[in-house]
Write a new protein. Structure first.
Length: 359
């Protein structure tokens, strides 16, 4: 999704270290009980609490005490097996990551959010430890996946935060299931079919921000070009879209997660390949504006006010936040600023839930 172009050269990940790490990752994945095959080809039931790479027990650099609060869970919902990291106490809060990340993108803000919410950070269909079927990546299906997940977890009504591809997925969830979503916060993206499309030939900075959209939509040549060069492609995306560079361990983890099984690349491109369907869906959704409160978040060194501009085309009650000094990866580049904004935005939601519990 769009973000700023850094003037600094992209971080180069050592190919020798990367390939060795990827091999270790793949071996570790085999120990988790999580199938590398699509849902339709899985041959054994997964563990309910996965262990190893991609789960809470197998990722680097978590905040102190994280594993005492949060647990990885494999949940059969929406016809697929979904991985979610769950913890905390209070009204439910669903966190939807973006591309090319997974639930881990929220690690810096999850512990504080969990003090007042039951936090559910999910791996989208096709990503991380969630199943990777060959289809179903339009935003209606992705939203239905998450509605089914929250059903299975016992949450009828909840708040949503979505970043990057998680923004249009969160929008679809709120638009298609308005009685379920109490409040919606979205960050650092566009909504296909709602946000006006830029010209094909535009300024170099816009090209650097957006060229992955047409590339990721290709049927197969993108996978052929990226396979074996994941460190180059995803390392460039993660580096150039940051104003405050992500830690090396996080960059390496994201890249390795995209080599962990043979359907990972296809799953990562799935949202983009189904954009034609999503365009049609959003043309209908935008006719019915969202009525719940919406917080639109942009990094000052990235999309900025563009998120607010987009959401005002689709919602009636939009509040704006531009995070100073942040690029695209707001939850990792500016976790304290994001936490302050979400805490204030979600306060009425928490108060309503508390009042309901006192009755």
């Amino acid at each position: 999704m769009p973000s700023s172009h850094s003037a600094q050269p992209p971080r180069q990940v050592s190919r020798r270290a990367f390939v060795g790490g990827a091999a270790a990752v793949t071996a570790g994945l085999a120990l988790t009980g999580v199938s590398a095959l699509p849902a339709t080809a899985a041959t054994a039931a997964p563990r309910r609490t996965p262990k190893g790479f991609g789960s809470v027990s197998g990722v680097p650099g978590l905040p102190e005490g994280f594993r005492r609060t949060f647990t990885s869970r494999l949940i059969q919902a929406g016809g697929i097996r979904q991985h979610a990291v769950v913890g905390g106490d209070g009204p439910p809060l669903l966190l939807i990551h973006g591309w090319p990340q997974n639930w881990y993108a929220w690690r810096m803000v999850m512990p504080m959010l969990a003090r007042n919410h039951t936090v559910i950070a999910v791996d989208q269909r096709g990503i991380g430890l969630t199943d990777k079927p060959r289809d179903g990546y339009d935003t209606a299906t992705l939203a239905n996946d998450l509605a089914a997940l929250m059903d299975t977890l016992g949450h009828e009504r909840f708040a949503v935060v979505g970043h990057d591809t998680g923004m249009p997925i969160g929008y679809a969830l709120a638009a298609d299931h308005p009685h379920r979503v109490d409040r919606l916060a979205v960050a650092e993206a566009v909504i296909p079919g709602v946000t006006p499309s830029p010209p094909l030939l535009g300024p170099a900075q816009a090209n650097n921000m957006l060229w992955h959209f047409p590339f990721n939509r290709l049927d197969d040549v993108n996978e052929l070009l990226v396979a074996g060069r994941e460190d180059v492609y995803f390392g460039w995306q993660l580096d150039t879209k940051a104003a405050r560079k992500l830690p090396d361990y996080a960059v390496r983890y994201y890249i390795e997660s995209l080599t962990a099984h043979r359907h990972a690349l296809g799953g990562s491109f799935g949202w983009y390949r189904d954009l034609d369907t999503t365009f049609t869906q959003n043309a209908d959704r935008v006719k019915r504006h969202l009525t719940m409160p919406v917080l639109a978040i942009g990094g000052a060194q990235s999309v900025g006010e563009g998120v607010t501009t987009t959401m005002k085309l689709a919602a009636d009650d939009v509040r704006s936040l531009v995070v100073p000094g942040s690029g695209h990866w707001v939850a990792e580049e500016a976790p304290q600023e994001l936490l302050a904004a979400l805490t204030a935005f979600l306060a009425p939601y928490r108060a309503t839930a508390a009042a309901r519990n006192r009755r």
